[in-house]
Design a protein around this ligand. Structure first.
Ligand code: NDP
Length: 236
């Protein structure tokens, strides 16, 4: 795909799915910057390998996040990928951990999308990485995570209406189990996840990156306010 000279920001790009998205856009000629919070070494190594620019910004810090989006703009494409997982019995989970998850997974993509849209060019693209857990949550202990990913669906539907008149699209990519640090293919829960999938293996970050790139490309100009699931049939 050709993204020659397009200005792209990937929020949360140092590892996993985000890093695959950074690499794909950089390989396709885009001018890419990406954020990270803690993984400085991974971020620096990705920047060296791809030529992308790494910016340390904690997505949970609203003012810093919005300033980073502003400084990276005017953007052609923003991908909001950062996300955290908090799992456990909701009766004993630390409420601060749950609020931090909501800060990163919900408040940050909302404020970043709005801030990006302020200066985005006509025909710009916003893609947020949600999860099939926004549609289906077959396991206990993940209510807060599912809540955060469902919230993105309403956000995309609403912002699609606000931004449509300027030709800006907003879409949610919803991966199922994908082999990353967050959810390793050989992790403890892998077998349980595979049991509810039609294709019983983890997906790859690269496949999620290619779906994201399609939604950022010219043939997706009529796709907005929609969820795009890539989950090996987890939600089927
Ligand atoms: P990883 O944990 O492997 O990577 C998460 C990325 O998000 C890292 O680059 C991390 O950067 C960044 N990040 C996390 N918190 C912050 C923060 N506060 N500020 C800035 N960046 C942050 O996760 P995945 O690659 O697996 O997940 C990426 C997205 O895909 C998430 O939204 C996740 O919910 C979603 N997803 C993943 C699935 C899976 O099975 N892997 C399935 C469905 C959805 P740093 O290390 O620098 O903090």
């Amino acid at each position: 795909m050709d993204f020659m000279d397009k200005r792209v920001l990937v929020v949360g790009g140092s590892r996993g799915i985000g890093a695959a998205i950074v690499a794909l856009f950089a390989d396709s000629g885009a001018r890419v910057s990406f954020t990270y919070s803690g993984s400085r070494e991974a971020a620096q190594s990705l920047a060296t390998k791809t030529g992308a620019t790494a910016v340390q910004t904690d997505a949970a810090d609203r003012d810093a996040m919005m300033a980073t989006v502003r400084e990276a703009g005017p953007l052609d494409i923003m991908v909001f990928n950062a996300g955290v997982l908090v799992a456990g019995d909701p009766l004993t989970l630390d409420p601060d951990a749950v609020d931090h998850l909501i800060d990163v997974n919900v408040r940050a993509p909302y404020h970043s999308s709005v801030e990006a849209a302020r200066s985005m060019k006509e025909g710009g693209r916003i893609i947020v990485i949600g999860s099939v857990n926004g549609d289906r949550m077959p396991f206990p202990g993940l209510a807060a995570y599912a809540l955060s990913k469902s919230a993105l669906q309403g956000m995309a539907r609403g912002l699609a209406r606000d931004l449509g008149p300027r030709g800006i699209t907003i879409n949610i990519v919803q991966p199922g189990p994908t082999d990353t640090d967050m959810n390793p293919a050989d992790g403890e829960l892998a077998e349980q996840m595979h049991s509810v999938m039609a294709i019983k293996r983890h997906g790859t970050a690269q496949d999620v990156a290619h779906l994201t790139a399609y939604l950022a490309g010219p043939h997706a100009r009529g796709i907005t306010g929609a969820m795009h699931t890539i989950d090996g049939g987890f939600g089927a």
